[in-house]
Each structure stands twice: as structure tokens, then as C-alpha cells.
Design a protein around this ligand. Structure first.
Ligand SMILES: [Cu+2]
Length: 251
């Protein structure tokens, strides 16, 4: 198995650019090694069975032949499933650090929008009936809520490297699948619900944000870009956004 932090490139996985990525990649690799071992074992047993059946006078006991492998497989699958679940729960169900950067992600047919809470660190209220990308309000910000006045809405997700990010996912029409392969993230955005997912990008660069649910005819073009900057670059970027028109969606 590769050393911690190393890229498992030989499996042709996308670049691992998130802090939790290595643990998930290692678990995937462990799954593959176990599957390979079981495949080899099954073939060896098959050959041994064929040969020994010809020679043996005493057939194998039912427990050895049926229940023992069943118990062993059940134990292996239980271990792999539990471990995978606990790895995923770390990003999904355990809360983000209190100082994590808050960003809201809104999925709609067929675009992603990203909202930063602005200087007051609080998101303003949104209403679905106000959603109108044509009128410059793609996430449906309610103008009667003063907390939303400084909210920054963009069609590109910009994040700093090395800082935890708490994403709040929502959808305004149908279920969309928020996925960034390099960040080892995939989570559905569901209308009427908010889903939290948190992670820490580690490598500056541009990464594709995809939709992994077939959400309509334009599904294929529902993409956005995640731009990971250094902490200094991000502070600069955020400052610039706060200075510009808050409601204007820049591409
Ligand atoms: Cu979609």
C-alpha cells in the first residue's frame, strides 16, 4: 500500500486534492486487493476441488464447504462496509469545524451557483419563487432580508487551500448530484432539504464540478469549476468580491 499522502496513480484515479482523499483511496485499494485475493482463492479451490474429488474417498464436511466461507465473506463485507461508512460519515455526518468557511451550493436545471455569506457571515433568506437567473437572482435571494444584502453569489466555486469548507447543498427543482472527483466528493442536492458536506482542499488548481444525476435534457452541460487558491489569493479574491456589486452574478 502507498505511503500516506502518496497518489495512487497506478489505479488511474483522478488527482487526490483533498485532505480526506487518501483514506478513501486506500480503502478502495484495500477493496480491490481483497477482491483479487478472493478471485484467486475461488479459482484455487475450484482446481483443488476438481482434483481432490477424483481422489478423495471422504467428501468435505458441509460446514467447511458452505458455512465457513459464508461466515468469512460476511465478516469481510461487514468490515469493508463499516469502514467505508465511517470514512464517509467523517465528511458527511460529523459537523465541520466552527471556523470552517461557509458556502451554499444551489443546483438547478442546468447550473450550479455558489453563495458566500459576506461580511456579516450570515446567509440571507431565499425563496424559490424569486429564483430568476435572467433577473440576476439565480438563488432566489429575498430582498426584504437585510442579511442577504452582502451575500455574494457566483457561478464559480472559489476556495482556499488548507482550510476546511462546510458546503450546504440545496436544489430548486429536481435532484442533482454534486460531485468533484479530485476532492473525492459526491452528494445529492435534494429540493426541500439541505445537505451538509465538509472537506479541506489541499492543492491549488482548477477542478470540474459535475452533476451525477440525470436531471433533464441539459444534464450533460451542468458543470461548474472549482478554483482552489492559496489562502492569500483567496483573501484577496473575497475582498474584491465584497467590493463589487453583491447581487451581480459573475462568470
Ligand atoms: Cu443536475
Amino acid at each position: 500500500m502507498a505511503a500516506p499522502g502518496a497518489q495512487l496513480r497506478f489505479w488511474h484515479l483522478p488527482t487526490d486534492a483533498a485532505l480526506h482523499g487518501h483514506a478513501l483511496d486506500s480503502h478502495l485499494l484495500l477493496n480491490l486487493w481483497i477482491a483479487l485475493g478472493l478471485f484467486a482463492l475461488a479459482n484455487i479451490l475450484l482446481v483443488v476441488g476438481v482434483v481432490s474429488h477424483r481422489r478423495a474417498h471422504r467428501p468435505l464436511h458441509k460446514f467447511t464447504l458452505e458455512y465457513l466461507p459464508l461466515i468469512a465473506f460476511a465478516a469481510v463485507f461487514l468490515f469493508l462496509g463499516t469502514r467505508a461508512n465511517s470514512l464517509w460519515a467523517t465528511q458527511r455526518y460529523t459537523g465541520a469545524a466552527p471556523d470552517a468557511l461557509q458556502v451554499e451550493v444551489t443546483g438547478m436545471q442546468f447550473a450550479w451557483y455558489f453563495r458566500y455569506p459576506g461580511a456579516d457571515a450570515t446567509f440571507g433568506r431565499t425563496r424559490n419563487e424569486l429564483v430568476s437567473a435572467a433577473e440576476g437572482n439565480p438563488v432566489g435571494l429575498d430582498p426584504s432580508d437585510p442579511r442577504g444584502a452582502d451575500d455574494i453569489v457566483r457561478s464559480q466555486l472559489v476556495l482556499p487551500a488548507g482550510r476546511e469548507v462546510d458546503l450546504t447543498l440545496r436544489a430548486v427543482d429536481v435532484i442533482h448530484g454534486f460531485a468533484i472527483p479530485e476532492m473525492r466528493l459526491k452528494q445529492n442536492a435534494i429540493p426541500g432539504e439541505t445537505q451538509h458536506i465538509h472537506f479541506t482542499p489541499t492543492q491549488p488548481g482548477d477542478y470540474a464540478i459535475l452533476c451525477t444525476q440525470v436531471c433533464g435534457l441539459g444534464h450533460y452541460r451542468m458543470q461548474a469549476v472549482l478554483r482552489v487558491l492559496t489562502a492569500e489569493q483567496f483573501d484577496q479574491w473575497l475582498h474584491q468580491q465584497e467590493q463589487s456589486q453583491p447581487r451581480e452574478v459573475q462568470r
